[in-house]
Design a protein around this ligand. Structure first.
Ligand code: ADP
Length: 440
Protein backbone atom coordinates (compact mmCIF):
# COMPACT_ATOMS: atom_id res chain seq x y z
CA UNK A 1 0.00 0.00 0.00
CA UNK A 2 2.27 2.77 -1.27
CA UNK A 3 -0.24 5.61 -0.55
CA UNK A 4 -1.25 4.44 2.93
CA UNK A 5 0.04 7.68 4.54
CA UNK A 6 -1.34 9.95 1.85
CA UNK A 7 -4.92 10.10 3.16
CA UNK A 8 -4.16 10.71 6.89
CA UNK A 9 -1.46 13.25 6.00
CA UNK A 10 -3.84 15.06 3.61
CA UNK A 11 -6.56 15.08 6.31
CA UNK A 12 -4.16 16.37 8.98
CA UNK A 13 -2.77 18.96 6.54
CA UNK A 14 -6.30 20.10 5.68
CA UNK A 15 -7.30 20.44 9.40
CA UNK A 16 -4.06 22.24 10.20
CA UNK A 17 -4.48 24.64 7.26
CA UNK A 18 -8.09 25.57 8.24
CA UNK A 19 -6.99 26.00 11.89
CA UNK A 20 -4.17 28.35 10.81
CA UNK A 21 -6.56 30.32 8.60
CA UNK A 22 -9.00 30.65 11.56
CA UNK A 23 -6.14 31.81 13.80
CA UNK A 24 -5.18 34.42 11.21
CA UNK A 25 -8.71 35.60 10.41
CA UNK A 26 -10.41 35.12 13.84
CA UNK A 27 -8.53 34.21 17.03
CA UNK A 28 -6.47 31.40 18.58
CA UNK A 29 -9.40 30.07 20.67
CA UNK A 30 -11.59 29.56 17.56
CA UNK A 31 -8.66 27.88 15.80
CA UNK A 32 -7.97 25.59 18.78
CA UNK A 33 -11.65 24.76 19.06
CA UNK A 34 -11.87 23.82 15.40
CA UNK A 35 -8.64 21.78 15.61
CA UNK A 36 -9.90 19.82 18.66
CA UNK A 37 -13.35 19.22 17.14
CA UNK A 38 -11.84 18.01 13.85
CA UNK A 39 -9.47 15.64 15.67
CA UNK A 40 -12.36 14.29 17.73
CA UNK A 41 -14.41 13.62 14.60
CA UNK A 42 -11.38 11.92 13.03
CA UNK A 43 -10.98 9.76 16.13
CA UNK A 44 -14.68 8.80 16.07
CA UNK A 45 -14.33 7.88 12.41
CA UNK A 46 -11.46 5.48 13.25
CA UNK A 47 -13.28 4.08 16.29
CA UNK A 48 -16.29 3.26 14.10
CA UNK A 49 -14.10 1.37 11.60
CA UNK A 50 -12.29 -0.38 14.46
CA UNK A 51 -15.64 -1.49 15.86
CA UNK A 52 -16.65 -2.90 12.46
CA UNK A 53 -13.33 -4.73 12.33
CA UNK A 54 -13.82 -6.10 15.86
CA UNK A 55 -17.36 -7.25 14.95
CA UNK A 56 -16.00 -9.07 11.90
CA UNK A 57 -13.25 -10.72 13.95
CA UNK A 58 -15.95 -12.17 16.20
CA UNK A 59 -17.50 -13.86 13.11
CA UNK A 60 -14.75 -13.94 10.51
CA UNK A 61 -16.64 -14.90 7.35
CA UNK A 62 -15.36 -13.76 3.99
CA UNK A 63 -18.75 -12.46 2.85
CA UNK A 64 -19.08 -10.30 6.01
CA UNK A 65 -15.85 -8.31 5.66
CA UNK A 66 -16.80 -4.60 6.14
CA UNK A 67 -16.36 -2.22 3.20
CA UNK A 68 -14.68 0.49 5.33
CA UNK A 69 -14.05 4.00 4.24
CA UNK A 70 -11.08 6.32 4.00
CA UNK A 71 -7.77 4.61 4.78
CA UNK A 72 -9.73 1.54 6.06
CA UNK A 73 -11.18 0.74 2.64
CA UNK A 74 -7.90 -0.53 1.10
CA UNK A 75 -7.12 -2.35 4.38
CA UNK A 76 -10.43 -4.24 4.32
CA UNK A 77 -10.04 -4.91 0.61
CA UNK A 78 -6.63 -6.51 1.29
CA UNK A 79 -8.15 -8.55 4.08
CA UNK A 80 -10.89 -9.69 1.72
CA UNK A 81 -8.40 -10.85 -0.90
CA UNK A 82 -6.36 -12.75 1.68
CA UNK A 83 -9.46 -14.45 3.07
CA UNK A 84 -10.48 -15.50 -0.45
CA UNK A 85 -7.04 -16.99 -1.10
CA UNK A 86 -7.12 -18.83 2.20
CA UNK A 87 -10.57 -20.27 1.68
CA UNK A 88 -9.61 -21.40 -1.87
CA UNK A 89 -6.54 -23.21 -0.58
CA UNK A 90 -8.58 -24.73 2.29
CA UNK A 91 -11.11 -25.98 -0.30
CA UNK A 92 -8.25 -27.40 -2.42
CA UNK A 93 -6.78 -29.05 0.65
CA UNK A 94 -10.01 -30.69 1.71
CA UNK A 95 -10.63 -31.81 -1.93
CA UNK A 96 -7.18 -33.49 -2.03
CA UNK A 97 -7.82 -35.07 1.36
CA UNK A 98 -11.14 -36.39 0.10
CA UNK A 99 -9.43 -37.69 -3.08
CA UNK A 100 -6.82 -39.47 -0.95
CA UNK A 101 -9.50 -41.03 1.26
CA UNK A 102 -11.49 -42.14 -1.78
CA UNK A 103 -8.36 -43.70 -3.36
CA UNK A 104 -7.45 -45.44 -0.10
CA UNK A 105 -11.05 -46.69 0.26
CA UNK A 106 -10.93 -48.14 -3.26
CA UNK A 107 -7.75 -50.10 -2.52
CA UNK A 108 -8.25 -53.87 -2.42
CA UNK A 109 -5.85 -54.01 0.55
CA UNK A 110 -6.46 -52.82 4.09
CA UNK A 111 -4.80 -49.55 5.20
CA UNK A 112 -4.47 -48.21 8.74
CA UNK A 113 -2.73 -44.89 9.51
CA UNK A 114 -1.14 -44.73 12.95
CA UNK A 115 0.27 -41.72 14.78
CA UNK A 116 3.63 -41.55 16.60
CA UNK A 117 2.08 -43.39 19.58
CA UNK A 118 0.75 -46.23 17.38
CA UNK A 119 -2.82 -45.03 17.86
CA UNK A 120 -5.32 -45.33 15.00
CA UNK A 121 -5.82 -42.11 13.03
CA UNK A 122 -7.66 -43.52 10.03
CA UNK A 123 -8.37 -46.83 8.31
CA UNK A 124 -10.26 -47.94 5.22
CA UNK A 125 -13.30 -50.24 5.14
CA UNK A 126 -11.20 -53.23 4.01
CA UNK A 127 -9.00 -52.89 7.12
CA UNK A 128 -12.13 -52.58 9.28
CA UNK A 129 -13.36 -55.91 7.91
CA UNK A 130 -9.97 -57.63 8.07
CA UNK A 131 -9.08 -56.56 11.62
CA UNK A 132 -12.58 -56.23 13.05
CA UNK A 133 -12.15 -52.47 13.61
CA UNK A 134 -14.73 -49.72 13.63
CA UNK A 135 -13.16 -46.37 12.77
CA UNK A 136 -15.77 -44.26 14.55
CA UNK A 137 -15.40 -46.26 17.75
CA UNK A 138 -11.69 -47.08 17.59
CA UNK A 139 -10.13 -43.81 16.38
CA UNK A 140 -7.39 -42.86 18.85
CA UNK A 141 -7.11 -46.41 20.28
CA UNK A 142 -3.83 -48.32 20.40
CA UNK A 143 -3.90 -50.78 17.52
CA UNK A 144 -1.80 -53.39 19.35
CA UNK A 145 -4.27 -53.23 22.26
CA UNK A 146 -7.24 -53.77 19.95
CA UNK A 147 -5.65 -56.64 18.06
CA UNK A 148 -4.47 -58.44 21.22
CA UNK A 149 -2.00 -60.55 19.28
CA UNK A 150 1.37 -61.06 20.92
CA UNK A 151 2.92 -61.62 17.49
CA UNK A 152 1.71 -58.22 16.29
CA UNK A 153 2.76 -56.39 19.48
CA UNK A 154 6.26 -57.88 19.12
CA UNK A 155 6.38 -56.83 15.47
CA UNK A 156 5.41 -53.26 16.42
CA UNK A 157 7.91 -53.11 19.25
CA UNK A 158 10.80 -54.54 17.21
CA UNK A 159 10.75 -51.54 14.81
CA UNK A 160 12.05 -53.78 12.04
CA UNK A 161 9.48 -53.49 9.30
CA UNK A 162 11.44 -54.77 6.31
CA UNK A 163 9.55 -58.09 6.19
CA UNK A 164 5.78 -58.43 6.46
CA UNK A 165 4.22 -60.36 9.33
CA UNK A 166 1.88 -63.25 8.53
CA UNK A 167 -1.05 -63.49 10.97
CA UNK A 168 -4.43 -65.15 11.17
CA UNK A 169 -7.32 -62.69 11.14
CA UNK A 170 -8.87 -62.27 14.56
CA UNK A 171 -12.32 -61.87 13.14
CA UNK A 172 -12.43 -64.95 10.93
CA UNK A 173 -9.70 -67.41 11.77
CA UNK A 174 -9.71 -68.83 8.25
CA UNK A 175 -8.29 -65.58 6.81
CA UNK A 176 -4.52 -65.34 6.53
CA UNK A 177 -3.20 -61.78 6.45
CA UNK A 178 0.17 -60.32 5.54
CA UNK A 179 0.68 -57.06 7.47
CA UNK A 180 3.53 -54.66 6.83
CA UNK A 181 4.31 -51.39 8.57
CA UNK A 182 5.56 -48.50 6.43
CA UNK A 183 6.90 -45.54 8.49
CA UNK A 184 6.35 -42.12 6.91
CA UNK A 185 6.27 -38.40 7.72
CA UNK A 186 6.61 -37.31 11.34
CA UNK A 187 6.88 -40.70 13.05
CA UNK A 188 3.59 -41.73 11.49
CA UNK A 189 3.05 -45.25 10.19
CA UNK A 190 1.01 -46.84 7.48
CA UNK A 191 -0.08 -50.43 8.06
CA UNK A 192 -0.69 -52.32 4.82
CA UNK A 193 -2.79 -55.48 5.15
CA UNK A 194 -3.08 -58.02 2.32
CA UNK A 195 -5.39 -61.02 2.35
CA UNK A 196 -3.13 -63.91 1.31
CA UNK A 197 -5.58 -66.72 2.15
CA UNK A 198 -5.86 -67.76 -1.50
CA UNK A 199 -2.07 -67.69 -2.05
CA UNK A 200 -1.60 -69.81 1.09
CA UNK A 201 -4.25 -72.25 -0.09
CA UNK A 202 -2.59 -72.63 -3.50
CA UNK A 203 0.78 -73.15 -1.81
CA UNK A 204 -0.70 -75.85 0.44
CA UNK A 205 -2.30 -77.51 -2.58
CA UNK A 206 1.03 -77.45 -4.42
CA UNK A 207 2.81 -79.04 -1.44
CA UNK A 208 0.10 -81.71 -1.07
CA UNK A 209 0.23 -82.42 -4.79
CA UNK A 210 4.01 -82.98 -4.81
CA UNK A 211 3.68 -85.19 -1.70
CA UNK A 212 0.86 -87.19 -3.34
CA UNK A 213 2.69 -87.70 -6.63
CA UNK A 214 5.83 -88.81 -4.78
CA UNK A 215 3.74 -91.18 -2.70
CA UNK A 216 2.01 -92.63 -5.79
CA UNK A 217 5.34 -93.25 -7.52
CA UNK A 218 7.15 -94.59 -4.49
CA UNK A 219 5.18 -97.83 -4.18
CA UNK A 220 5.62 -99.07 -7.79
CA UNK A 221 9.24 -97.93 -7.80
CA UNK A 222 9.91 -99.85 -4.57
CA UNK A 223 8.32 -102.98 -6.06
CA UNK A 224 10.28 -102.75 -9.34
CA UNK A 225 13.51 -101.89 -7.45
CA UNK A 226 12.98 -104.86 -5.09
CA UNK A 227 12.56 -107.36 -7.94
CA UNK A 228 15.55 -105.98 -9.81
CA UNK A 229 17.73 -106.32 -6.69
CA UNK A 230 16.56 -109.92 -6.24
CA UNK A 231 17.38 -110.69 -9.86
CA UNK A 232 20.82 -109.04 -9.66
CA UNK A 233 21.71 -110.98 -6.48
CA UNK A 234 20.34 -114.34 -7.66
CA UNK A 235 22.88 -116.71 -9.17
CA UNK A 236 20.29 -118.59 -11.14
CA UNK A 237 16.64 -117.78 -11.66
CA UNK A 238 13.99 -120.27 -12.58
CA UNK A 239 12.48 -119.11 -15.95
CA UNK A 240 8.93 -119.43 -14.61
CA UNK A 241 9.87 -117.34 -11.54
CA UNK A 242 11.60 -114.82 -13.82
CA UNK A 243 8.45 -114.49 -15.97
CA UNK A 244 6.39 -113.94 -12.83
CA UNK A 245 8.76 -111.19 -11.64
CA UNK A 246 8.76 -109.53 -15.07
CA UNK A 247 4.98 -109.68 -15.17
CA UNK A 248 4.74 -107.93 -11.78
CA UNK A 249 7.29 -105.32 -12.83
CA UNK A 250 5.35 -104.69 -16.03
CA UNK A 251 2.18 -104.09 -13.99
CA UNK A 252 3.97 -101.54 -11.83
CA UNK A 253 5.54 -99.70 -14.76
CA UNK A 254 2.13 -99.62 -16.49
CA UNK A 255 0.74 -98.09 -13.31
CA UNK A 256 3.46 -95.42 -13.34
CA UNK A 257 2.87 -94.79 -17.02
CA UNK A 258 -0.85 -94.28 -16.42
CA UNK A 259 -0.07 -91.85 -13.63
CA UNK A 260 2.33 -89.86 -15.81
CA UNK A 261 -0.18 -89.78 -18.70
CA UNK A 262 -2.92 -88.51 -16.34
CA UNK A 263 -0.57 -85.93 -14.81
CA UNK A 264 0.38 -84.67 -18.27
CA UNK A 265 -3.29 -84.50 -19.27
CA UNK A 266 -4.10 -82.48 -16.16
CA UNK A 267 -1.15 -80.17 -16.66
CA UNK A 268 -2.12 -79.60 -20.31
CA UNK A 269 -5.70 -78.84 -19.30
CA UNK A 270 -4.58 -76.48 -16.52
CA UNK A 271 -2.11 -74.55 -18.61
CA UNK A 272 -4.91 -74.19 -21.20
CA UNK A 273 -2.26 -73.92 -23.93
CA UNK A 274 -3.70 -73.13 -27.32
CA UNK A 275 -7.20 -72.67 -25.90
CA UNK A 276 -10.06 -75.01 -26.62
CA UNK A 277 -10.20 -76.14 -30.26
CA UNK A 278 -13.89 -76.64 -30.67
CA UNK A 279 -15.96 -78.18 -33.39
CA UNK A 280 -19.23 -80.06 -33.76
CA UNK A 281 -19.20 -83.33 -31.79
CA UNK A 282 -21.58 -86.10 -32.83
CA UNK A 283 -22.49 -87.28 -29.33
CA UNK A 284 -24.80 -90.20 -30.36
CA UNK A 285 -21.91 -91.60 -32.45
CA UNK A 286 -19.46 -91.00 -29.59
CA UNK A 287 -21.77 -93.00 -27.31
CA UNK A 288 -21.62 -95.96 -29.73
CA UNK A 289 -17.81 -95.81 -29.53
CA UNK A 290 -17.91 -95.55 -25.73
CA UNK A 291 -20.19 -98.59 -25.56
CA UNK A 292 -17.72 -100.63 -27.64
CA UNK A 293 -14.86 -99.49 -25.38
CA UNK A 294 -16.92 -100.31 -22.26
CA UNK A 295 -17.63 -103.83 -23.53
CA UNK A 296 -13.97 -104.43 -24.24
CA UNK A 297 -12.96 -103.04 -20.82
CA UNK A 298 -15.61 -105.11 -19.06
CA UNK A 299 -14.56 -108.22 -20.95
CA UNK A 300 -18.11 -109.51 -20.92
CA UNK A 301 -18.50 -109.20 -17.15
CA UNK A 302 -21.17 -106.46 -17.22
CA UNK A 303 -24.25 -105.65 -19.21
CA UNK A 304 -23.86 -102.31 -21.00
CA UNK A 305 -26.90 -100.39 -22.33
CA UNK A 306 -27.25 -97.32 -24.50
CA UNK A 307 -30.07 -94.83 -24.06
CA UNK A 308 -29.92 -92.15 -26.74
CA UNK A 309 -32.88 -89.81 -26.18
CA UNK A 310 -31.57 -86.90 -28.25
CA UNK A 311 -30.14 -86.57 -31.74
CA UNK A 312 -28.33 -83.34 -30.80
CA UNK A 313 -24.61 -82.90 -30.67
CA UNK A 314 -22.26 -80.62 -28.79
CA UNK A 315 -20.02 -77.75 -29.75
CA UNK A 316 -16.76 -78.77 -28.10
CA UNK A 317 -13.44 -80.55 -28.32
CA UNK A 318 -14.08 -84.15 -29.38
CA UNK A 319 -10.85 -85.60 -27.89
CA UNK A 320 -11.43 -83.95 -24.53
CA UNK A 321 -15.10 -84.97 -24.36
CA UNK A 322 -14.17 -88.52 -25.36
CA UNK A 323 -11.58 -88.56 -22.56
CA UNK A 324 -14.02 -87.16 -19.94
CA UNK A 325 -16.91 -89.49 -20.88
CA UNK A 326 -14.46 -92.39 -21.18
CA UNK A 327 -13.23 -91.78 -17.62
CA UNK A 328 -16.80 -91.91 -16.30
CA UNK A 329 -17.50 -95.14 -18.23
CA UNK A 330 -14.25 -96.74 -17.06
CA UNK A 331 -15.05 -95.83 -13.43
CA UNK A 332 -18.53 -97.38 -13.77
CA UNK A 333 -16.98 -100.64 -14.93
CA UNK A 334 -14.19 -100.62 -12.36
CA UNK A 335 -16.50 -99.92 -9.42
CA UNK A 336 -19.29 -102.29 -10.47
CA UNK A 337 -19.01 -105.96 -9.58
CA UNK A 338 -19.45 -108.62 -12.25
CA UNK A 339 -22.95 -109.05 -13.68
CA UNK A 340 -23.70 -105.42 -12.90
CA UNK A 341 -25.65 -103.09 -15.23
CA UNK A 342 -24.19 -100.00 -16.82
CA UNK A 343 -26.21 -97.51 -18.85
CA UNK A 344 -24.81 -94.70 -20.98
CA UNK A 345 -27.37 -92.05 -21.83
CA UNK A 346 -27.61 -88.83 -23.83
CA UNK A 347 -30.75 -86.83 -23.32
CA UNK A 348 -32.32 -83.41 -23.30
CA UNK A 349 -32.12 -81.58 -19.97
CA UNK A 350 -33.86 -78.44 -18.68
CA UNK A 351 -30.47 -76.65 -18.83
CA UNK A 352 -29.53 -78.01 -22.29
CA UNK A 353 -28.39 -81.61 -22.59
CA UNK A 354 -26.88 -84.27 -20.35
CA UNK A 355 -24.56 -87.23 -20.77
CA UNK A 356 -24.91 -89.72 -17.92
CA UNK A 357 -23.37 -92.99 -16.85
CA UNK A 358 -25.39 -95.06 -14.35
CA UNK A 359 -24.13 -98.21 -12.72
CA UNK A 360 -25.45 -100.74 -10.25
CA UNK A 361 -22.07 -100.86 -8.51
CA UNK A 362 -20.56 -100.10 -5.11
CA UNK A 363 -22.07 -96.65 -4.77
CA UNK A 364 -20.55 -93.86 -2.69
CA UNK A 365 -21.39 -92.56 0.79
CA UNK A 366 -22.79 -88.99 0.68
CA UNK A 367 -19.91 -87.52 2.70
CA UNK A 368 -17.40 -88.41 -0.04
CA UNK A 369 -19.32 -86.95 -2.97
CA UNK A 370 -18.22 -83.28 -2.65
CA UNK A 371 -14.55 -84.34 -2.62
CA UNK A 372 -14.55 -86.86 -5.50
CA UNK A 373 -13.05 -84.44 -8.04
CA UNK A 374 -10.06 -83.56 -5.80
CA UNK A 375 -6.82 -84.98 -7.11
CA UNK A 376 -5.91 -88.33 -5.56
CA UNK A 377 -9.12 -88.47 -3.52
CA UNK A 378 -10.30 -92.07 -3.41
CA UNK A 379 -13.16 -93.65 -1.50
CA UNK A 380 -11.95 -97.20 -1.96
CA UNK A 381 -8.17 -96.96 -2.21
CA UNK A 382 -7.65 -100.69 -2.57
CA UNK A 383 -10.15 -101.13 -5.40
CA UNK A 384 -8.85 -98.04 -7.19
CA UNK A 385 -5.28 -99.43 -7.21
CA UNK A 386 -6.36 -103.00 -8.07
CA UNK A 387 -8.29 -101.74 -11.10
CA UNK A 388 -5.51 -99.45 -12.30
CA UNK A 389 -6.92 -96.16 -10.96
CA UNK A 390 -4.66 -93.13 -10.59
CA UNK A 391 -7.02 -91.04 -8.45
CA UNK A 392 -6.94 -88.34 -11.13
CA UNK A 393 -9.81 -89.46 -13.39
CA UNK A 394 -12.57 -87.28 -11.96
CA UNK A 395 -10.21 -84.29 -11.57
CA UNK A 396 -9.61 -84.55 -15.33
CA UNK A 397 -13.36 -84.92 -15.97
CA UNK A 398 -14.10 -81.81 -13.93
CA UNK A 399 -11.47 -79.77 -15.76
CA UNK A 400 -12.76 -80.79 -19.18
CA UNK A 401 -16.37 -80.10 -18.23
CA UNK A 402 -15.47 -76.69 -16.82
CA UNK A 403 -13.71 -75.85 -20.09
CA UNK A 404 -17.00 -76.74 -21.83
CA UNK A 405 -19.05 -74.66 -19.34
CA UNK A 406 -20.66 -77.89 -18.17
CA UNK A 407 -21.14 -79.18 -14.62
CA UNK A 408 -20.79 -82.61 -13.06
CA UNK A 409 -23.65 -83.97 -10.95
CA UNK A 410 -23.26 -87.12 -8.87
CA UNK A 411 -26.09 -89.14 -7.40
CA UNK A 412 -25.16 -92.24 -5.49
CA UNK A 413 -26.28 -94.62 -2.78
CA UNK A 414 -23.71 -96.81 -1.11
CA UNK A 415 -24.27 -100.44 -2.10
CA UNK A 416 -26.81 -99.58 -4.80
CA UNK A 417 -25.01 -97.71 -7.53
CA UNK A 418 -24.16 -94.29 -8.92
CA UNK A 419 -25.07 -91.88 -11.67
CA UNK A 420 -22.45 -89.41 -12.91
CA UNK A 421 -24.08 -86.76 -15.10
CA UNK A 422 -22.39 -84.09 -17.23
CA UNK A 423 -24.88 -81.26 -17.83
CA UNK A 424 -24.15 -78.96 -20.78
CA UNK A 425 -25.69 -75.50 -21.17
CA UNK A 426 -28.02 -74.83 -24.08
CA UNK A 427 -25.46 -72.64 -25.86
CA UNK A 428 -23.19 -75.70 -26.25
CA UNK A 429 -25.89 -77.96 -27.70
CA UNK A 430 -26.13 -78.07 -31.51
CA UNK A 431 -28.39 -79.69 -34.06
CA UNK A 432 -26.13 -82.01 -35.99
CA UNK A 433 -25.85 -81.20 -39.68
CA UNK A 434 -26.89 -77.61 -39.02
CA UNK A 435 -24.22 -76.87 -36.43
CA UNK A 436 -26.30 -74.15 -34.82
CA UNK A 437 -27.34 -74.07 -31.16
CA UNK A 438 -30.30 -76.42 -30.72
CA UNK A 439 -33.66 -74.70 -30.32
CA UNK A 440 -34.84 -77.16 -27.69
P1 ADP B 1 -9.64 -93.50 -9.57
O1 ADP B 1 -8.54 -93.51 -10.53
O2 ADP B 1 -9.24 -93.89 -8.19
O3 ADP B 1 -10.85 -94.20 -10.04
P2 ADP B 1 -11.20 -91.09 -9.92
O4 ADP B 1 -10.81 -89.69 -9.77
O5 ADP B 1 -11.68 -91.54 -11.26
O6 ADP B 1 -9.99 -91.95 -9.41
O7 ADP B 1 -12.36 -91.39 -8.88
C1 ADP B 1 -12.17 -90.99 -7.53
C2 ADP B 1 -12.85 -91.96 -6.59
O8 ADP B 1 -14.25 -91.88 -6.75
C3 ADP B 1 -12.50 -93.39 -6.87
O9 ADP B 1 -11.32 -93.78 -6.22
C4 ADP B 1 -13.70 -94.13 -6.35
O10 ADP B 1 -13.53 -94.38 -4.98
C5 ADP B 1 -14.84 -93.15 -6.53
N1 ADP B 1 -15.65 -93.47 -7.72
C6 ADP B 1 -15.55 -92.91 -8.94
N2 ADP B 1 -16.48 -93.41 -9.78
C7 ADP B 1 -17.19 -94.29 -9.07
C8 ADP B 1 -18.31 -95.16 -9.36
N3 ADP B 1 -18.89 -95.18 -10.55
N4 ADP B 1 -18.79 -95.93 -8.36
C9 ADP B 1 -18.24 -95.90 -7.12
N5 ADP B 1 -17.19 -95.12 -6.79
C10 ADP B 1 -16.67 -94.33 -7.74
Amino acid sequence: MPNFWLRPLTTFGFIGLISLLLWATANAVAALFFFSAALLLYLLFHLRNLKEFADWLARPETKNIPQGSGMWAPLFSLLYQQQRRQSTSATDLSASLERFERAAEAMPDGIVILNDKDQIEWCNAVAEAQLGLNLERDRGQWLAYLLRQAQFSDYLAAHNYREPLIVKSLRTRDLTLSVQMVPFGDEQKLLLIRDITQIERVETMRRDFVANVSHELRTPLTVVGGFLETLVDAEQVDPAQMRHYLQLMLEQTTRMQRLVVDLLTLSKLESGNGGLHEGPVDVPRLLETLKREALSLSDGKHRVHLDIGSADGLQGNEDELHSAFGNLVSNAIRYTPEEGEITLSWEKHPDGAAFAVSDSGLGIDAQHIPRLTERFYRVDRGRSRETGGTGLGLAIVKHILTRHQAKLEVESTAGEGSTFRAVFPRRKVIQLGKEAPSAS
